[in-house]
Design a protein around this ligand. Sequence first.
Ligand code: HEM
Length: 415
Amino acid sequence: NEKIPHDKSLDNSLNLMQEGYLFISNRVERYKSDLFEARLLGQRVICMSGAEAAKLFYDDEKFRRKGAAPKRVQKTLFGENAIQSMDGEAHIHRKLLFMSLMTPTHQKRLAELAKEHWQASISSWEKADNVVLFDEAKRTLCQIACLWAGVPLKENEVTMRADDFIDMVYAFGAVGPQHWKGRRARTRAEEWIRSVIEDVRTGNLKAEPGSALYEMAYYTKADGTQLDMQMAAVELINVLRPIVAIATFITFSALALHEHPEHKQSLHPEKVNNLEMFAQEVRRYYPFGPFLGARVRKSFIWKDCKFKEGMLVLLDMYGTNHDARIWEKPNQFRPDRFIDWKGSLFEFIPQGGGDPAKGHRCPGEGITVEIMKASLDFLANSIDFEVPNQDLNYSLEEMPSLPKSGFVMSNIKRK
Ligand code: HEM
């Protein structure tokens, strides 16, 4: 590959850890090229950014996911051999199961549950000196995720289960203790959910047809066989964990509201469009998912670059969401940029790109946006609060990121 820029470092793994969300875009800018080659974790990797690159990345004739996610990510964030690492017919078959659990009816139900739970927390918040929004959000989301899915959750285990889901997410990009915390969290959560699936299959626990618990417990693969207990648990966790992870976007929403109080007035509960635009801009602007990985299925050439079979390719999600060719003044927080936004499969990719039913794009965007809207409406219209002195900085080097303080609120009053 002589025609594309090569990063000269012997190995970029350390730079990746140091530069985090900006690792790819820093080099795309430096080399004035949408793609470049680098060495990461001992292998040659093509990194690419922008809408055209995203379109290429989601061509499943060119890329596969099997073997793309390192074991350390499978042992924490994804779960081993789960939907994220599947390809072809088997992937599409399983994806339809996930899609059937994320329809507008499910989105609405989850948003209503979120609203009820937020409202119910006001009276204890009024009595507290202060409240950490991220901690409240992870507990609330864990409760509503389990309630919605049909998974029994005792009051005294809410914090432990919520922490485990969050630890799996925040193990991504971590080394050392944070990574091991994620592994332990996954082991404990899998054990728990396996026993719940077993209870359903043995008739000890009733599950409603149509619920995530029931559908995962009884899903039959394309070959007519059931998932084994472990796989069913991993896939059920693949819908519970990301719902809890919406706590990150809710915390960034509160930060956005705090940093841009001029928008507060526009977030009237009746003005659903404004709530939606604000939520979309939070998903675009703030750092959550950094990049995605896939392997070249069959060698091909694109933009003079040879993509060799088996090579690892990274797509820059964060950089694409801040690409100045797509977004005017990308580093400004401006919800109104979504006013006449037509939607696009490859330009706005906080949860992946393409068609979720045909590829790997996140099936949970509807759920995410609806829960964010309900939570924003609550923060803007149901309570008054103060934001005491605290460290609200978030790092672009740590993946995933979060405001350091978790967003502390004090003097909370029902409106
Ligand atoms: C996949 C982000 C919420 C379920 C993904 C992908 C990303 C992502 C980047 C990978 C796309 C790809 O590989 O091409 C997020 C973010 C969320 C979120 C930032 C906000 C918290 C959700 C929710 C659910 C969900 C609420 C379900 C309730 C999934 C599943 C996959 C996935 C099952 C795997 C899809 C596949 O491999 O085909 N998500 N997601 N996510 N997400 Fe989400």
